[in-house]
Design a protein around this ligand. Sequence first.
Ligand code: 5GP
Length: 130
Amino acid sequence: MATIFSRIVKGEIPCYKIAENEQFFAFLDINPVAKGHTLVIPKREVDYIFALDDNELGDMMVFAKKVAKAIEKAVPCKRIGVAVIGLEVPHAHIHLIPISKEGDMDFKKEHLHLTEAEFLELQQLIVSQL
Ligand code: 5GP
């Protein structure tokens, strides 16, 4: 059965898309820990990030870097934090999170509840910086 992220790539489930190329896809996390929290995934369905081929993992990081640079310009922050957890969705993904202090990366704190308008605004701001 396809993962929820594969269904997002196929357009079966809506998302706020940020970027895509042949191999990778980036979209806003629906339950963000910070404004601009973005997920980067390989289109190929692989559960564990360290099960990716060396080249694929390298290319995914380069793709994530481009997305991170755009988020950095679009959202006020000191830098973009990078995290890999993967306990919830069995499809490899990198979390890109705008941060100004260590606590901004805390996944245990209450997540933000953004409106559709806020998600759309963030999407537009980030996409315009790509
Ligand atoms: P993890 O697997 O890294 O622990 O967490 C999965 C992440 O994917 C969470 O931050 C969660 O908010 C996000 N997520 C789960 N389902 C969806 C979805 O359907 N759409 C989007 N945009 N994000 C999702």
